[in-house]
Design a protein around this ligand. Sequence first.
Ligand code: PHE
Ligand code: NA
Length: 436
Amino acid sequence: MVRDTWATRTGFILAAVGSAVGLGNIWRFPFLTGESGGAVFVVVYLALVALIGLPVMLVEFVIGRRSERNPVGAFRRLGHPSWKFAGAIGALAGFIILSYYSVVGGWVLQYIVASFSGGYTGDTGAFFVQTASGTNAIIYHAIFMALVAGIVSLGVRDGLERAAKLMVPSVIVLLVILAVYAATLPDTGPGYEFYLSPNVDTFASDAVNILPAAAGQAFFTLSLGMGVMITYSSYLGEDRNLLNDSLIIVAIDTFIAILAGLVTFPFLASQGQDLVQDGGGAGAVFISLAAAFETMPAGHLVGGVFFIMLAVAALTSAFSILEMVVSYVVDTFDIARVPATLALAAIIFVIGLPTAMDLNYLDAYDKFANNILLIAGGLVLSLFIGWVFASDALEELGQGRGGNGGFDTYWINVVRYVVPIALLVTLALAIQEYVE
Ligand code: PHE
Ligand code: NA
């Protein structure tokens, strides 16, 4: 079988960035920062992105390009079929994550409509409550899932690459405009302080919660632990420099998350909201942004464009998850692609229903999938590369870069020791939270 490779040199980067940049950056990052003590969480998150996220992304890229297969086929092709349970962990994570990701995607669709029809005038907190759970949430969850299923069954990869190409710069420009606007508002001081000035005592008293939350967020936002990046890099040619590509993807994703915080926290503070309580809820970003669009010049137009771009960002991420789940099921059970896509989308829609009815379920799904499943997936993949496949992995990492350099030695040692220990500790803390 002849496999497609990426149509353009930048196709891979665009698809990977399209998967990475999404609700994780603009919705989940600020909300978790609010919930987890502010700037301290940001510092831990940034450290984990650099120390764990980047190396694990390279783990997935190496597996994908070496095997030229998705996670199911990859381990067989590499001669280690018993490791393919890593693909099963990823597929399970995909089911759960997409089921509520689509609900939040549905919120974004509702905010698009509301921006153009004056829906969120007045009490934007009340509007969020009405959006987040209940009939509207269910209807728009269905619409969002239908869109994702449509894109996956049509296999419109080019369209998606083009969408990502437009979406990323637009999101950055809009966030910069909003961050600058936020800086001109009164009473933003406490917002900046909460977000940017780390308080060491917070970490000391809450490390057991901050660590798993930050690790889970690092994996979620970079689309790691699930095998998405294995699949995307399986179409890559040997001439690509994997290290360069991963640095670009991580930098763009991190930049967008940090910008989202620079918008959310000053807005919340300026609106007189309690940063910990209101900043730590799933509605933080939606409530504060809607209130800002209410007051800023041409706000509803800016808001409409912003939510459209956010919907595109969410769709390119959701696409990557459904793609992965579909290829897992198609390869494992040998069934046809389009019916598989439609059936899986329907199942995932149903799995997501509780999260469209009650935010507590959304929270529970979200924590379980990120803090446990993605971390477990990353752990298994790293153990495989570090302890079973290290020399081939190093050879693969050297391709497209004229051989191995000092970074490669650092990388394999991090993958062998630092990543497993850090992920085991995080996993233990996350599981302990459940036992309590
Ligand atoms: N990275 C995406 C985001 O930040 C979410 C995602 C997670 C996509 C896992 C694929 C796999 O929104
Ligand atoms: Na992201």
